[in-house]
Structures are given as C-alpha cells and as structure tokens.
Design a protein around this ligand. Structure first.
Ligand SMILES: [Zn+2]
Ligand SMILES: [Zn+2]
Length: 326
C-alpha cells in the first residue's frame, strides 16, 4: 500500500520483492502498526521525501534473506523495524549519542519503504530485538507508540515524576499509562471533552483520574506528556504542572501553539519536544518490559484495508492501536 499524495490516501500497488543491499536484511512482514505519523505523511502535513512511499514504521517480521555482509541475525529471526531506519554515524549528533537528531537520517516509511507491505528491507544495524513475551500483533505498536512514548516519558523525568498527565489517550498514552502505573506513578489522563469511553479506557489501565482536556486535575502535576497533535493543548497542559514541572510534546507534527501568558511558563517550568528515537531507547525500553506486565490493545486489519484503519484512527474509532496484517 503506497501513498497517493494527490488523493491523500493509500493505493494498492504490485512491486517485485525488494532485494537487500549490503548490510541489509529482507523481512517478511507479519504485522505493522499504524501510527499518527503515517496520517501526517498521507495528508502531506509532513513534506513528501519520496514518491509513492510505502508507509509503516512499526514493522514486525521474520528475516528471510540477508544482503552482503549482513550477519547480525539468523535467517528466521524475528525483528522489529522502527522509525529510525538509518543514521549517518558521522554527524555531530551521531557522534554524541544523539542519533535521533542525525543530520542525514533515513526514516522507515518516509525515506525508505516501510511495512505496509508483504516484504520490507532494513539496515540490520537499526533492527530491534523484540521481547519474546509479545506476539507479533501486540508487539507492533511498541515500535513507535511504545518507543516514542517511552522516550517522552523519560524526558518528562521518568519514574522520578510522581504525578503525570497524559494528553491524548491513543496508542502511545495507553502504553505509557501502563508503564507509569507499574512504576508506582499516579497517572492523569486527558481526552477530548466528552470522550467518556476514552476516559473509562484510561481508568481501566490504571489511571487515577481521567477527564476532558477542558478539566483540571484534582492536584498539581509534576509533568505533562502531550501525544495529541494539537498545539492548543500546550497552554492548558502548562497550567496543570507545578513550579519546576515539565511539559513534553511527543508528536512529530503539531498544530500551532497559541500565544499564552508568560505566567504559565514562569516558575522554571519547561516546555520541550521529543524527536525520533535512538537504538539505545529501543534496547532500554524492551529491557524494562521484561520486568513489567504490559499489554497493548490492538485492532487488526488486513493490509488491503489499510485505508479503513487510517480512517478509523482519524475518527478515533478504536482504543489502543491499529495493526495491519499482510
Ligand atoms: Zn548523523
Ligand atoms: Zn510513529
């Protein structure tokens, strides 16, 4: 399923099975999660990097062939292919272990064809080893919603924050909520006003409080994590955090942030974004998952119905994450 940029939708296309180049592996896709970033790519909110790209950067699959020099994995091994498909390894960011900020990155499903397909090719160095405890379907959302959520959570203070707010209770938040509750944190979930079903979902995953984005939580929070792509949430999120608290924006694209009084930022509050992920994030996140029980909620769609999955995500018609199965 490739992006038709003019029609803002996906089109089924037939292509030969790609061949792995040097250092690359050919992966038979078993499941691929649908991320909001894919919507931004299909809608053109992120400028196209490649014509008729195959989206999908939460790819779980099995290695079926290896290119020259690719020896990291055995044929048949299960791997995950995340958003960071390749980093240059030479720029100043790569050299200071911040490859998520690489000056010449290649992103899966954006610069490189991704997992909305039966086969995908990946640089073996950027593939991740997934926890055995998770089947293909439930592992897929961990690769972006989970990983970016984890990075966002860490930048928001990790387990040192006692009370956190999650704004937008979609794929990422439903994973971070479970992670944070397992660390003994008090989670406050903010949904669209009136989304009682989303609020009940958040409570079912251990949130201590859930309400609309127009409501105030019962107490001040140490950190706010914004996963909804709405800049209008930044001022109210800032208003919920204590002095010295932090607001972290976890999305790749956000609508404009409206002007707000300086008093909301005053008191050494911080506002920052999260960009992409590093391979170390992946290793740390999957290591942490060995110690906590976390279950992703997924809705599976056949690959041919990718446009329905996209439409359902856009309309908020399911809880958790959509996953395509070829
Ligand atoms: Zn680099
Ligand atoms: Zn993503």
């Amino acid at each position: 399923m490739a992006v038709d940029a003019a029609a803002h939708r996906l089109q089924p296309v037939g292509r030969p099975v790609p061949q792995p180049g040097p250092g690359e592996v050919l992966v038979r896709v078993r499941a691929c999660g649908v991320c909001r970033t894919d919507l931004h790519i299909i809608d053109g909110e992120l400028p196209p990097h490649r014509d008729a790209v195959v989206p999908g950067h939460e790819v779980v699959g099995e290695i079926v062939a290896a290119g020259a020099g690719a020896m990291r994995f055995a044929i048949g091994a299960r791997v995950g292919i995340p958003w960071l498909g390749r980093a240059c390894g030479r720029c100043s960011y790569c050299r200071m272990a911040r490859e998520n900020l690489c000056d010449a990155p290649q992103f899966t499903g954006y610069d490189r064809d991704g997992g909305y397909a039966e086969y995908a090719v990946a640089d073996e160095r950027f593939c991740l080893v997934l926890p055995d405890s998770c089947d293909d379907l439930h592992a897929a959302p961990l690769l972006c919603a989970g990983l970016i959520g984890f990075r966002t959570w860490r930048l928001a203070g990790g387990a040192s924050a006692q009370r956190i707010g999650l704004w937008g209770f979609g794929a990422a938040a439903h994973i971070v909520c479970q992670l944070a509750v397992a660390q003994g944190q008090e989670v406050h979930a903010f949904t669209r006003p009136g989304d009682l079903q989303g609020q009940a979902f958040a409570r079912s995953l251990g949130a201590a409080w859930a309400g609309g984005s127009d409501e105030r939580p019962p107490s001040e929070l140490d950190a706010a994590l914004i996963f909804a792509p709405a800049g209008s949430l930044v001022p109210p999120a800032l208003a919920t955090v204590r002095k010295g608290g932090i607001v972290v924006c976890g999305g790749i694209h956000m609508s404009d942030i409206p002007a707000f009084p300086y008093a909301l930022l005053w008191g050494e509050r911080e506002l920052r974004s999260v960009a992409n992920l590093t391979r170390a994030d992946g290793d740390d996140f999957f290591a942490l998952l060995q110690h906590i029980s976390l279950r992703t909620h997924v809705r599976a769609y056949p690959l041919a119905r990718a446009n329905d999955a996209i439409a359902d995500l856009r309309a908020g018609r399911f809880e958790g994450a959509a996953v395509l199965v070829p």
